[in-house]
Design a protein around this ligand. Sequence first.
Ligand SMILES: *Cc1c(COP(=O)(O)O)cnc(C)c1O
Length: 389
Amino acid sequence: MIKLARSVIGTEEMQEVQRVMTLAFLGMGKEVKQFEEELGSYLGGEKRVICVNTGTAALHLAAQSIGLKAGDEVLVPSLTFVSTFQAISATGAKPIACDIDSTTGFIDLNDAARRITPNTKAIFPVHYAGATGNLMGLYDLARSHKLRVVEDAAHAFGTSYDGKKIGSFGDIICFSFDGIKNITSGEGGAIVTSDPQVINDASDLRLLGVMKDSEKRYQNQRSWEFDVTAQGWRYHMSDIMAAIGRVQLRRFETEFKPKRLEMAKLYRKLLADCTGIRFFEMHPGTVPFMMPIRVLDHRRDPLRKYLLENQVEVGIHYKPNHLLSFYGGGKISLPVAETLYSELLSLPFHPQLGENDIHQVCEQIMSFLKDPERMSLRGARGDGAIALC
Ligand SMILES: *Cc1c(COP(=O)(O)O)cnc(C)c1O
């Protein structure tokens, strides 16, 4: 089976975990502080980085730190991992699902603008597959309506926009370091911002709201006589996770990033002549996180079945959240998100994929799309003579 995604961990990560395992504390300590500082300088050094135990926790703490509460509304693209929606609803605020720009997978800014009400407090864009759409347009919209921006940059670690790294500018940026992301710390995440209040709140809230506990933990100490002024969570990162993350960060520019760029280039080259599929636009500076394609003419499900039968694991990113029972169960309709949901297919994409694997996947896709038998099965349009590849 050619795998859709996987963690890529080497002997150096294992050695570093072993080193940390010999320390007196395994929880949040010096290693986490170092990872935060190294991430900060990688991103450009202007913002603070607060590490937590998942990307979802990062989004939740960002949402809480900007004061979201019941009665507030938050604009969010429907085509995202349910994590973005859950982080918003965890504060009591209501996620307002928005439609998608079909060329980039980014939130449709016109649709988002139409959904602004006096209760709208924030917008959570998602950098779908590692690329970002009109991010400057999004910040303009936010500014003109006084909305906070929390970027779900779970897919976009390492991506640059307009020559600047995602996480080096903007309001609040959240990364995920789960097992298959551009870099991993096993599980993990980070909040990146220069807002002193968010830095302060998120630092405390990740440690059950115990005030100023982060500084103590960095020294392997505890707080004994502390105060708590808000509901917090057990969201801190451990030194074991940070040890993995630090090695992955060192490998990123030299190893993971070039590999991801090469794989995307090869897929696009090999499938360039297939008229039956479409790629999303990737602006210069994108580090691709996954390889979603759109399969046109109602052929996604048969192609998906064909690939699975031929030992190629594929996925669908994502079922739009407005269709989930908890978020309305399809009470509203978002035409582009729903069309994309019927067309999307994510192809195998991880740094251990060989060139020959990509050739094999593309050959399978082409042989499926070229097969006249399959074309005549399309039925609906009855124009079986059009070659789709
Ligand atoms: C991975 C991911 C997250 C956060 O996931 P965690 O598993 O909690 O680290 C959030 N949003 C998107 C779009 C993701 O892909």
